[in-house]
Ligand binder design. Structure first.
Ligand SMILES: CC(C)(COP(=O)(O)OP(=O)(O)OC[C@H]1O[C@@H](n2cnc3c(N)ncnc32)[C@H](O)[C@@H]1OP(=O)(O)O)[C@@H](O)C(=O)NCCC(=O)NCCS
Length: 192
């Protein structure tokens, strides 16, 4: 299964191409080389490593070293194979390597939304989110919801999500602030 770029992809690409900024140009080039596909069971170790590196290099902007250690440890010790079973797990693939992932539970809960620390702000998160929302709509889910980190909140807001409530969660005994966020699909979009 392959997931094409979202409908607004060409608008995104055009606006990027018009920019004279080198970062934007290389970001748009990179986004066009990304394929969104289902996870392969054998790539779990790569996903764990990619996720932990993102936590250490990207989320460390917003969380303390103790929090980053606890979060990374939790990712490393959880039972990925069982946790991913029964979910739709999408991967952003760059020439065979996973550079982003997310998964959707049956109840519309989005989990584990990460983009590689080496490929931030290239449009990969936008592509992944559009693809997983398409899957949620196909399943007639009325909404998608998640717990967004401080780091990810602006991304999800830019994609039409709203904060339901800020909250404090405990991970490996350490407190974290994050945000319950959701996007409610309208009846036309879900085909109801
Ligand atoms: C949040 C995350 C998934 C976004 O992925 P990404 O591929 O970098 O995001 P995109 O390039 O698709 O960004 C799309 C738009 O979101 C918005 N956006 C993304 N990151 C942003 C930021 N840090 N601040 C403000 N807006 C942001 C922008 O509008 C951006 O469009 P633009 O680049 O044309 O301005 C990524 O930063 C990440 O992996 N964060 C760390 C892991 C994490 O916290 N995951 C969530 C756990 S709940």
């Amino acid at each position: 299964m392959d997931f094409p770029p979202p409908a607004n992809h060409s608008e995104f690409m055009n606006s990027k191409s018009r920019s004279s900024d080198d970062r934007n140009h290389s970001a748009s080039t990179e986004s066009s080389r990304i394929t969104i596909r289902l996870v392969r069971p054998e790539e779990v170790p790569q996903l764990v490593a990619m996720t932990q590196e993102t936590i250490r290099r990207v989320n460390s902007r917003d969380y303390s070293p103790i929090q980053i250690q606890a979060w990374s440890d939790r990712v490393g010790t959880s039972d990925w194979k069982n946790r991913l079973a029964g979910r739709i797990v999408l991967v952003a693939d760059l020439q065979g390597d996973p550079v982003g992932m997310t998964d959707l539970e049956e109840n519309g809960h989005l989990d584990r939304f990460y983009v590689s620390a080496h490929h931030q702000r290239c449009g990969i998160g936008r592509r992944l989110l559009a693809a997983i929302e398409t899957e949620a709509r196909k399943q007639k889910r009325p909404r998608v919801y998640l717990e967004a980190s401080l780091t990810a909140r602006p991304f999800f807001e830019s994609q039409g999500y709203r904060v339901v409530t800020p909250q404090t969660v405990i991970v490996n005994g350490i407190e974290f602030k994050n945000f319950q966020m959701e996007k409610i699909f309208d009846a036309v979009a879900t085909g109801d």
